[in-house]
Write a protein that binds this ligand. Sequence first.
Ligand SMILES: Cc1ncc(COP(=O)(O)O)c(C=O)c1O
Length: 415
Amino acid sequence: MKEKEASKSSSGRRAPKAGKAPAALEAQPVEDDAGQRDYWEAIRAAYVVDPDRINLENGHYCFMPRATLEASFDHARKVNLLGSYYLRTSQEDDKVAVRRLLADFAGCELGELIVTRNATESLDTVVSGLDWKAGDEALMAVQDYPSILEMFRQQARRHGIVNRVVSLPNHPDSDEEIVSLYEGAITPRTRLIMVCHMGYITGQILPVRKICEMAHARGVPVMVDGAHSFAHLEFRIPELGCDYFGASLHKWLGAPLGTGLLYVRKDRVAGLWPLFGDTGRGDDDIRKLNHIGANPAHAELTIADALSFHLRIGSARKEARLRYLQEYWTSRVRGSRGIVMYTPAESHRACAIANVGVERLAPREVANALLEKYGIWTVATDAPDAGVRGVRITPNLYTTTAELDALVGALRKLA
Ligand SMILES: Cc1ncc(COP(=O)(O)O)c(C=O)c1O
């Protein structure tokens, strides 16, 4: 069955669309410092912020701004009111409308994108969906996300594939150093490379496009883990040149918990087996990968509202602000005695996420002290295999420089 346009749902109601910008958040001239301050204060006011602690752990889940949260309640009320009538009459069209919004934003075709529950589901759908043969090789990094590494290990047990794992430098000298690390581990049996666009431990941004070009020249497809890059960095998925891309939308898009996306380049769809059985659709219909059964429709509907909030700010301005916040605090502690920075200093190699260690303390001791003595919520990342023994610090759009000053002061005292 061909996909419908879905501008109206079958119940006659309008299908989801990215809403109009409220005046306060509309693009404003913010060149001068005061304008900047007013603008970002307005953005902070768009969130309900927990007064009990300074939240610098937005890498796990970026909670929703107030308007998105309210929209999710409205959607939940509507779905609850209509019950099965909604699921049987309108849900399908609404799903297409949400996918279309996301595909437009991501720069891909509708038939290349589905909504999933998170990046794990998206990426695992690809890893489990390939037609692996014993002896096939997959290439990845120690620094990749553990859940996805687990899925590769499972394929090794199930199908006898060989997982080759490279280790990435925390402070690379050049893009070429990274590209050649992957290139050097390719063999005639390599069937897939997994690359993390923005690493979950240090926030390092990898030269994904260059890796894809190198891999394709060697005939190897690339799956990009975009859990942290989507709606954080300004880019369109096809610009990366990858074959597969998975992201969580409850991270940087600020959508409800339990939303993600999977992009599969058109010519790669037919080569994937669905994780949840679906023989009814054509092999080249990406919806075959989305047969997940009944699921929280209101969360999916709210993606349109989250996208609307994001678009009011704009991808470029959001990326610039997030990088500014990271560099605001890292520039104040980098090079200080007793402090170790695990995130590269070059602007293009990091954005909001950064990782810092205190030489005399274990990561857990630093995270505990930050929370107990200074009321700052972070996460310890004790990952000696990845060359990191620090705490991950992740501000978000509502974070103030005063909160980062508190972090800087605390780190200096701990060091
Ligand atoms: C790089 C990376 N990939 C994948 C994931 C998995 O995301 P989720 O738990 O939303 O599936 C995470 C989660 O933090 C991540 O950091």
